[in-house]
Design a protein around this ligand. Sequence first.
Ligand SMILES: NC(=O)c1ccc[n+]([C@@H]2O[C@H](COP(=O)([O-])OP(=O)(O)OC[C@H]3O[C@@H](n4cnc5c(N)ncnc54)[C@H](O)[C@@H]3O)[C@@H](O)[C@H]2O)c1
Length: 248
Amino acid sequence: MGLFDGRVVIVTGGGIGIGAAHSRGFAAEGAQVVVADLDETAANAMAREIGGLAVKVDISHEESTKAMAKAAFDRYGRIDVLINNAGVFSALLPAKPWTEISVEEWDWVMSVNIRGTMLAARAVFPYMKAQGKGRIINTSSNTALSGVPFLLHYVSSKGAVISMTRALARELGDSGITVNAITPGLVSTDGVKTGYGQDKITDRIAARSIKREQMPVDLVGPAMFLASDASAFITGQVINVDGGQIMY
Ligand SMILES: NC(=O)c1ccc[n+]([C@@H]2O[C@H](COP(=O)([O-])OP(=O)(O)OC[C@H]3O[C@@H](n4cnc5c(N)ncnc54)[C@H](O)[C@@H]3O)[C@@H](O)[C@H]2O)c1
């Protein structure tokens, strides 16, 4: 018997990286997983692997997020959990002084990381409200806690995810929906390995209390806790998962 038997879990950005670990983890615990990703090929491959539903979505577009939620509901008849994971990750963004970030680049990062996170939540809201129960788990970053330089757009967007989590939790409590956020540290995804390289990974290991690489699967247990009945009375909170790098 799995922890999430009969539950329907949407994982945005579920095709690769941290999202892939969530897709696999929840499926292994019996969930019906909707792998929702801009990268259709990755979504299809993951859905095939775990026996889930692949949906192509661009979370920065409202109609696309509505279609994602509808596809999940049409297939499985409910939506229990949204793992709001998709984002423009910092390894894809060239680090630069804030004065050199173009308005277009700023708007792109914001349109995905904060507007997209909001739109995905808003798309699943009517279904969760009708059920009287739901779990929304947003993905921020520990860079929003430490204030990493030269990524002002990314760090600002992830700070906004924390503020949105708190404000939305207050609006959704009466609907039986909890909203929480996770702040990962530097996770050894393929994107980090190619975008940042081993030196950065080694630096971060040294800064942690638990001195090892952070792996995508390290995010899955905390997300499962927030998605489960065990966390029924927890909302508007931020769980920092970075091996004890930052303590606050
Ligand atoms: N990897 C890290 O070290 C790290 C650290 C802190 C926070 N995070 C956050 O965790 C999340 C996942 O990170 P990752 O490292 O797995 O990133 P990744 O780049 O490996 O994967 C991101 C996924 O999101 C999808 N995506 C991007 N834009 C999208 C859009 N507009 N609509 C739908 N899907 C879209 C991509 O196709 C991809 O599947 C991101 O929100 C990231 O900011 C990552």
